[in-house]
Ligand binder design. Structure first.
Ligand SMILES: Cc1cc2nc3c(=O)[nH]c(=O)nc-3n(C[C@H](O)[C@H](O)[C@H](O)COP(=O)(O)OP(=O)(O)OC[C@H]3O[C@@H](n4cnc5c(N)ncnc54)[C@H](O)[C@@H]3O)c2cc1C
Length: 287
């Protein structure tokens, strides 16, 4: 087992990065999960005029400032997606496929997914519907699988799936150059509904349908209740108090995942508060 971190921060948008710099300033041993791109929402913003101190910047320019800031402070990003977080009593276990990271406290800064689940998705979750292709692909050896990918990171997972499964379909929910194995069939129709009783049987599209054994929905973020079982959710957001403390001791949240307004400054401010609360929690529990 590796080292146990003081604070694990999940998410590299403004909330997670602000949490990371403040935790580092307070001398905590941190680990930051996310991506080198930091946040797709940040990169996509055409013009940002409401981030104090940075007038008339594109999201990309703001992202470059953020990246330079954390680099100057020696904060690295672990480019992995956390699939589940389990509260183990005095620490948290963060699962990445077969790997486990341990931390005494966590800050969830995972943003919010604008796309709603497909009809039938929640009912059939764990019954043919999954959110981590790498974790579950071996269950579909020789079978048919559909991957619905919301970003190009899903392509790598799809290629892995295609090495094990009998037939792999890929439905990209974005435009781009798809780097996929030649045996992956790309479908350019919109998924509408997942159908099945005890298990998934098919995916209905806006034109036609696919008979399949499994469907992986690979979005930017999981719903927080999927990510952290037992988390108190209110109207699709993580319920927190003014200290950004969730209902689980040692688990804090910041940014879009805690509620509206969805803005950079609000996200960063909450990241700061969450970090200071995590520091107080660690000092009080002296673990
Ligand atoms: C086109 C567009 C323009 C916008 N313009 C503005 C603007 O001008 N001004 C403004 O204030 N706001 C704007 N916003 C809103 C702003 O982007 C969000 O409010 C802000 O990015 C929220 O920050 P966050 O840190 O909470 O989450 P995000 O920026 O969404 O970052 C979350 C990060 O967590 C990562 N993540 C999620 N789950 C996991 C996991 N399980 N493991 C590892 N990593 C994970 C995601 O990949 C992502 O990198 C805009 C949004 C869009 C889409």
């Amino acid at each position: 087992m590796g080292e146990r971190y003081d604070i694990a921060i999940i998410g590299t948008g403004p909330a997670g990065l602000e949490a990371a710099i403040n935790s580092k300033i307070r001398n905590k041993n941190i680990i930051l999960f996310g991506s080198k791109e930091l946040s797709r929402k940040l990169v996509k913003a055409p013009k940002v005029n409401n981030f104090l101190g940075f007038y008339n910047l594109t999201g990309k320019e703001l992202k470059n400032h953020f990246a330079a800031h954390i680099e100057a402070m020696g904060i690295g990003i672990v480019n992995e997606r956390i699939n589940n977080v389990y509260a183990m009593g005095d620490y948290f276990a963060l699962m990445v496929n077969e790997k486990i990271y341990e931390a005494k406290s966590i800050i969830l800064a995972t943003g919010i997914e604008y796309t709603k689940p497909l009809k039938g998705e929640e009912k059939l979750l764990g019954k043919g519907v999954g959110y981590c292709a790498t974790c579950d692909a071996p269950l579909y050896k020789g079978k048919t699988v559909v991957v619905v990918g919301y970003n190009n990171e899903a392509e790598e997972e799809t290629n892995f799936v295609s090495e094990l499964c009998g037939k792999t379909y890929y439905i990209p929910m974005y435009k781009g150059d798809y780097k996929l194995n030649s045996n992956v069939e790309i479908i350019s129709h919109k998924p509408i509904e997942i159908v099945g009783e005890d298990r998934v049987t098919k995916l209905i599209l806006d034109h036609g349908e696919i008979i399949t054994d499994g469907i992986f929905m690979l979005r930017d973020s999981l719903s927080p209740s999927q990510l952290v079982p037992g988390l108190n959710i209110e109207q699709d957001h993580i319920k927190v108090d003014r200290n950004m403390q969730s209902n689980i001791e040692g688990c804090f949240a910041a940014g879009d995942c805690t509620g509206k307004p969805y803005q950079y400054m609000k996200a960063a401010g909450e990241g700061l508060v969450a970090a200071l609360s995590a520091v107080s929690y660690l000092d009080l529990t002296k673990k």
